[in-house]
Design a protein around this ligand. Structure first.
Ligand SMILES: [Co+2]
Length: 297
């Protein structure tokens, strides 16, 4: 059973995410520095007495996920682009995660609609006892009905305290699985629609990290890693959030620690066929009689 206190934390984080996305939808424009979008989102979350659960992801056109600005990023929102803004907030580890897609060209409207409709259909199907494979098939058929493909190797995920990816995933395609949805579980549901290959691949770039282990770490790095672990626990972070701990070359330090296995690095994910990618996402709490969307105002 989720306690009243847990529910309150989940709802507070959800409202912060919803309000942040709503404001960003008006403020983000072509030519805007991506670092401004990230910092605006993260500061809005903090202003509502929540903490960002991960760095704000701003993924442009055929990038599907996991791009956030590094320190001194000079990238801007390109003209006529399609961007996904994915934000997370937490209160005492209780997470809300949601995303919107903004299109700066009329051409991409139906792709955005495909992801949104798939999300709506998926959420409407969720109740205790529903097989996760059924949700995947609903997402796929909705996206296909618009003439697009779901991204098959990205999925929604269970949210647990301080854990972004709990043990169950919600696929965006039909899969054979005995797993079903249970009461009091919390999920981020996130269909991705594309006019490309329907699969994402790792790019070389990495800007988001999470703490893994202190084992085998050089003595000099132990205090930094301990500070990272204490600050973020198992939640993702980026170099912009460590300016006080690492004054110079922060990203290189994080990449070095990743290569040693002390951190996990998230590759920026790119659509394999260089297709455009749209995403829609909400966080839901599963109740006995249906779901509660926490990331909707
Ligand atoms: Co998300």
């Amino acid at each position: 059973m989720l306690s009243d206190e847990e529910l309150q934390c989940l709802r507070k984080a959800g409202r912060a995410v919803a309000s942040t996305l709503k404001q960003l939808a008006y403020k983000v424009h072509e030519g805007m520095p991506i670092i401004e979008v990230c910092e605006l989102a993260e500061n809005m979350i903090k202003s509502m007495n929540c903490q960002p659960a991960f760095p704000c992801n701003v993924s442009v056109t055929s990038i599907a996920a996991h791009y956030t600005s590094k320190i001194d990023d000079t990238a801007v929102i390109p003209p006529k682009s399609l961007i996904k803004i994915d934000v997370g907030a937490h209160v005492n580890g209780y997470i809300a995660d949601a995303a919107i897609t903004i299109s700066f060209s009329d051409e991409h409207e139906s792709l955005v609609r495909a992801a949104e409709k798939a999300l709506e259909a998926a959420i409407n199907s969720i109740k205790p006892g529903v097989k996760i494979g059924l949700i995947g098939s609903i997402i796929e058929s909705t996206i296909r009905s618009f003439g697009y493909k779901p991204v098959r190797n990205l999925s929604g995920h269970m949210l647990k305290p301080y854990t972004l990816h709990g043990e169950k995933s919600i696929p965006n395609v039909p899969i054979e699985s005995k797993l079903s949805i249970e009461v009091d579980e919390v999920y981020a549901i996130e269909p991705f629609a594309t006019n490309g290959a329907g699969v994402v691949v790792d790019s070389r770039e990495m800007y988001i990290f999470r703490y893994m282990s202190l084992k085998g770490v050089k003595k000099d790095d132990k205090s930094l890693l301990t500070a990272i672990r204490d600050r973020f626990k198992s939640l993702p972070f980026c170099d912009r959030w460590l300016k006080d701990l690492v004054p110079h070359n922060t990203l290189s330090k994080l990449l070095e620690l990743t290569s040693r296995g002390a951190l996990y690095g998230y590759h920026v994910l790119v659509e394999k066929g260089k297709g455009l990618v749209a995403q829609a996402e909400h966080t839901v709490i599963v109740h006995e009689d249906g779901v509660e969307i926490t990331t909707q105002l």
